[in-house]
Design a protein around this ligand. Structure first.
Ligand code: NAG
Ligand code: NAG
Ligand code: NAG
Ligand code: NAG
Ligand code: NAG
Length: 297
């Protein structure tokens, strides 16, 4: 009887220890398949290099302090390597190209990083289509230093070139994009009725964390008509709060903002354009849900 009880206590202790270890840091494993995929934008179809056939690439979401293993399988025709922006620790293999037909596993140990980071191919031509977000959420026993969010949304500003981008044909230059994109959508600006538009639905009175990543090779200006933002983080760290009507993002910069939809119910344009060219704006839509019912009071 006594030894049974001791055994129970011992096992509970082990389970508790295990729980503690699990809640301190997790190891997450992901597969990235680098492959050529067909996309139609601006009324024409071409092949682009992607991760898992998506543009932008898949988002990784982990908790602060976790370890992330990303096994990149190169099924394309060119050597590629992935750069992990905003990671403090140096990552083994990040200077080596992964040859076609080979794979390599990046081991990313997170320490103080929090908020939004991103990854992209190292060469500019490949980076135009091979990129995605790495979102680091607060650890289990930590909170955001701001009120409870309704949800968060990643917005990746990208660019689209009509020409084929390959290792042999990488004449992409700053300001030369044929279109700018919001999460891969060129929107209605470019006169191609087949182009899709980024559509973001929110509730009046809600609180949203919007993670804006500039994957474009130019400084970009981002805004939402009649709405303003409170900056709360930048490049994988919390930052001093500041209030903005629009955001200016340097190439590669990430800004996390709070958005509080407080206007009349309706649709508002989300805008993104290079700072050097006021005539070249891509549009998305911020859409208020038609009911303001708050389900969790
Ligand atoms: C990429 O695609 C593979 C195969 O479909 C899948 O197993 C893997 O989970 C995907 N990776 C991510 C990060 O979504
Ligand atoms: C655009 O959409 C129309 C109708 O859905 C389709 O017939 C046409 O082939 C599309 N064009 C391109 C370039 O994808
Ligand atoms: C770093 O990666 C190389 C392959 O690129 C491997 O040979 C080496 O063992 C790795 N070193 C460590 C410390 O993981
Ligand atoms: C390549 O992928 C296999 C599993 O798909 C894995 O066992 C192996 O460790 C990977 N090699 C490298 C260098 O990451
Ligand atoms: C590079 O792209 C341009 C524009 O799409 C095309 O005219 C040219 O033939 C391509 N060159 C090579 C080497 O693929």
């Amino acid at each position: 009887m006594g030894s049974q009880k001791q055994g129970f206590i011992w096992i509970s202790g082990l389970l508790f220890l295990n729980f503690l270890l699990l809640s301190v840091a997790d190891v997450h494993y992901y597969d990235f398949f680098l492959q050529e995929s067909q996309f139609t934008k601006l009324c024409s179809t071409k092949n682009i290099l992607t991760v898992n056939g998506s543009f932008p690439g898949p988002e990784i979401r982990v908790l602060s302090g976790d370890t992330v293993l990303v096994n990149v399988h190169n099924q394309a025709n060119s050597a590629v390597s992935i750069k992990w922006e905003g990671i403090e620790e140096s990552i083994n293999g990040s200077n080596d190209m992964i040859q076609p037909g080979r794979n390599f596993t990046y081991e990313i140990e997170l320490h103080n990083e929090i908020g939004t980071l991103w990854w992209h191919a190292t060469s500019a031509w490949a980076s135009a289509t091979v990129h995605g977000a790495l979102v680091v959420l607060p650890a289990v026993n930590e909170d955001y230093p701001f009120p409870t969010l309704d949800s968060d949304q990643t917005i990746i500003l990208g660019e689209w070139f009509r020409q084929e981008l390959t290792q042999a044909n990488q004449t992409i230059a700053s300001g030369q994009a044929d279109a700018y994109t919001i999460n891969g959508h060129p929107g209605e600006t470019y006169g191609c009725s087949n182009d899709t538009t980024f559509d973001y639905q929110v509730n009046y009175g809600g609180l949203y964390l919007v993670r804006v990543i500039n994957a474009v090779g130019d400084t970009m200006i981002f805004g939402i008509a009649y709405h303003s933002f409170t900056i709360v983080g930048q490049n994988g760290a919390y930052s001093r709060r500041s209030f903005r009507n629009s955001l200016t993002l340097a190439p590669g910069q990430v800004i996390d903002v709070l958005l509080c939809p407080n206007q009349n119910l309706g649709h508002y344009y989300i805008t993104a354009r290079p700072s050097s060219d006021t005539t070249h704006t891509t549009l998305g839509i911020l859409r208020y849900a038609t009911t303001t019912a708050n389900t969790n009071a």
